[in-house]
Design a protein around this ligand. Sequence first.
Ligand code: NAD
Ligand code: DAU
Length: 339
Amino acid sequence: MTIIVTGGAGFIGSNFIFYILKKYPDYRIVCLDKLTYAGNMSTLAPIMENPKFRFVKVDICDREAVYKLFEEEHPDIVVNFAAESHVDRSIENPGVFLETNIMGTAIMMDACRKYGIIRYHQVSTDEVYGDLPLDRPDLFFTEETPIHTSSPYSSSKAAADLLALSYHRTYDLSVTISRCSNNYGPYHFPEKLIPLMIANALNDKQLPVYGEGINVRDWLYVEDHCKAIDLIIHKGRVGEVYNIGGHNEMRNIDIVEMICDALGKPYSLITYVTDRKGHDMRYAIDPTKIHNELGWLPETKFADGINKTIQWYLDNREWWETIISGEYKNYYEKMYGNR
Ligand code: NAD
Ligand code: DAU
């Protein structure tokens, strides 16, 4: 079995590659990644010599290079993680989100049609459903919830989902889609809430909380997401969407305070800054379908997962310090300098 994993030098894609290589030692994994600011080769360094693994630096929007790779590798399965993934960046510069997230998805699926595959899996997000009100804790996103996006990022992901479903209906491409809630864990790029707060707290820097800090996200340990995708690509029904989430809703401010407590840092580091434009209030996934059909349930409790994650950032300081000292620093100044 050969799996092409796009975006495997990023957060979830790299965790997925590690998980699959360990679980299926006879599978071959080909990681296709453009290495944008979010792609990090040091993450993949430990597996670069593994004969079952190949890395190729390719842009999913480069049709010729993608087709060439399919000709060389004859993949059985394609899992498309590659995306511009940060909402704040999409508000600053939507164009690249449309290119990668929509055109790139179309090109990957064109390659799958041209060369033939068993399964194309599109890694999507709960953000395609928009948000839920804080005062209706009884409401959850199901697979039937209408698409109702808020940001250029979520709009581009929703467009990719619709394209994927259309390739299934029109061309009979063997497609599945997963829509997951917020992930956390090792190798999370330090522009996202949890790794940013851990890194800043460790450096005694301000902890920039958007608005009042009362927005709610439904957090899932990254390995549980990888396990869900593994089940979907092997056992999921073609043409179906599966929501992934573990009923673990937390307010941003509570997470930031929890990180301060774990690291012994004062709450005085917390700084309330201008809110994100169009900021979604609450995400909450109903994972009944994937539980009933595929038996998936999250295994890592938040209390354990956040401790493991904090410990990982303590043990792997060099990984995130290298990022912060590089291009990320300019971005940080631009995003937070005036707040
Ligand atoms: P990430 O930003 O950490 O990694 C993205 C990876 O894609 C990077 O390695 C980057 O170099 C690569 N990439 C970007 N543009 C590319 C292109 N044009 N061609 C090839 N490679 C390209 O993202 P992540 O957080 O790991 O998210 C992975 C996927 O999961 C995304 O599709 C995202 O929408 C989805 N998702 C993320 C979360 C989350 O909480 N992080 C939750 C649900 C769904
Ligand atoms: O729900 C899934 C989505 O989760 C994925 O599709 C996205 O790729 C991923 O980036 C994530 O999106 P969010 O916007 O929810 O994640 P982020 O870490 O950027 O922000 C989480 C919450 O924390 C959000 O309410 C904004 C807030 N926040 C974020 C940052 C970076 C802050 O208060 N301060 C910050 O500095």
